[in-house]
Write a protein that binds this ligand. Structure first.
Ligand code: ADP
Ligand code: MG
Length: 429
């Protein structure tokens, strides 16, 4: 989390801990370039992070490991991509085993998208190209992309799954390094491009331009493209017009919030997956207690299951009530110390305090910084100028703006609410 995801994918993803003795950590790296880059650019970061984990200062050395270079499977044990030489860029752990067509519960809210994704995966490039799926957050878009990726793996088709945030980072790096040709040719080598969350590129015109080049290259040669977005394409006129002007849209489908019946059906699947016995009465209660997002639905279910595990008892309606109601009535924050907020945020967001109070514009720093301001205002009731002072001398407008941004993060930043909750929980003692 302390590095841009593109840097992580390029330099850290394929490293592994080899040995740890006498306060020395040996890190295996695939080649000399990686070793040099890490030495030069990330030594301190790795050293500091590792020291913090073990609780005392330690030394870090990078060692080139031949076997690392040949490792071709992702951590799930599946091959990352299927054609050698077509450099996989971000394929760690993809596709997720849990996200398959089989585990996707179909109901009236999502059957169009499900069927379109199935059709695409049954003969790539021939139906619905591009396929564009949109919905609110937590309704199954990423799940369907992984399901398509599974089919690619089964048929040995060379696919690439990428979020548009990763695409953007890669693209910017390519421009800086003057290697856009290489960048393009890497993308050109895939048969199926699965791009998640295209709304992220909205308003980034140069990136969109780069995307259209890639898109054209692929589309002109009959390669399959599947895009997802949290926003309707209509709210992204730049993207929509450019693609529409050249191709009739392949197919656009949406996913709606699930019906109560579908929610219960999803919970039944989850219960079976996890081998948890829970009656329909309980599942119906969980479904009623949560909003539209399936991610929240899963979260509530996991909470109930975890509570039962701790209690070493069966999942009864009373237990489910207790588990979910505790969530509603959080213990209230008692501290008045902004320093404790910084500590709590540091723990929950994995951003160190210097970055929290600094002014680097990196997104994860900014998000954590705003979360801290929000908690200080909302729970500690500190004045805006006090908050500005604690946060490293920010002015009034910056603090007010930061606090306002928190609403957007609830939608746009994965796990944001859970992190803020975790931080505030820590302050309630
Ligand atoms: P999105 O990408 O639209 O924000 P995700 O694909 O990440 O949503 O889905 C959130 C969670 O809900 C995932 O764990 C996913 O497996 C689950 N999920 C979504 N739709 C379904 C469904 N129809 N059946 C089963 N699980 C689902
Ligand atoms: Mg998603």
């Amino acid at each position: 989390m302390q590095l841009p995801s593109s840097a992580f994918a390029t330099w850290l993803k394929d490293t592994a801990g080899l040995a740890f003795a006498d306060d020395k950590l040996v890190v295996g790296v695939p080649n000399v370039f990686t070793s040099e880059w890490l030495e030069r650019r990330a030594y301190q970061l790795v050293q500091r992070t590792a020291s913090k984990i073990v609780g005392r200062p330690l030394d870090v050395v990078f060692r080139i490991e031949e076997s690392q270079a040949r490792r071709e499977t992702s951590p799930t044990g599946r091959p990352a991509t299927h054609r050698q030489g077509a450099a996989p860029m971000f394929q760690t752990g993809f596709p997720n085993r849990r996200y398959s067509f089989d585990s996707f519960v179909v109901g009236p809210s999502n059957d169009l998208s499900y069927n379109a994704a199935m059709a695409v995966a049954s003969s790539f490039g021939e139906h619905y190209n591009p396929l564009f799926i949109y919905s609110g957050v937590g309704l199954g878009k990423t799940h369907l992309l992984h399901a398509i990726a599974h089919r690619c793996v089964q048929q040995s088709i060379n696919y690439l799954y990428v979020t548009s945030e990763q695409f953007t980072n890669e693209f910017i790096t390519a421009i800086r390094r003057k290697s856009t040709e290489e960048f393009r040719s890497r993308y050109r080598s895939v048969d199926v491009l699965l791009m998640d969350d295209v709304q992220f590129m909205n308003g980034k015109e140069q990136t969109l331009e780069g995307f259209f080049h890639t898109f054209n290259d692929l589309h002109n040669t009959g390669r399959q493209i599947v895009l997802t977005s949290d926003k309707s394409p209509k709210t992204m006129p730049y993207l929509e017009e450019r693609i529409r002007s050249r191709y009739s849209w392949g197919l656009t489908t949406d996913i709606q919030a699930p019906s109560p019946e579908t929610k219960v059906a999803i919970l039944q699947t989850k219960a079976k997956e996890k081998n948890v016995a829970a009656g329909n009465e309980v599942l119906t209660y969980i479904a009623e207690r949560t909003g539209g997002s399936i991610r929240d639905l899963e979260g509530a279910f996991n909470r109930v299951a975890a509570t039962a595990q701790v209690a070493k008892g069966p999942i009864t309606l009373a237990l489910a009530r207790r588990a979910l109601e505790e969530r509603g009535g959080r213990r209230s924050v008692t501290t008045r110390s902004p320093e404790r907020v910084l500590e709590a945020i540091e723990g929950a967001f994995h951003v160190d305090q210097a970055s929290l109070t600094g002014s680097k514009r990196r997104r994860d720093f900014v998000v954590a910084r705003h979360a801290a301001m929000y908690i200080m205002r909302e729970h500690l009731k500190l004045s805006v100028s006090e908050i500005g002072r604690v946060m490293g001398g920010k002015n009034h407008a910056t603090v007010i703006h930061g606090i306002k941004r928190v609403n957007d993060y609830l939608e746009s930043v994965d796990g944001f609410k859970a992190k803020v909750d975790a931080a505030t929980d820590q302050l309630a003692s």
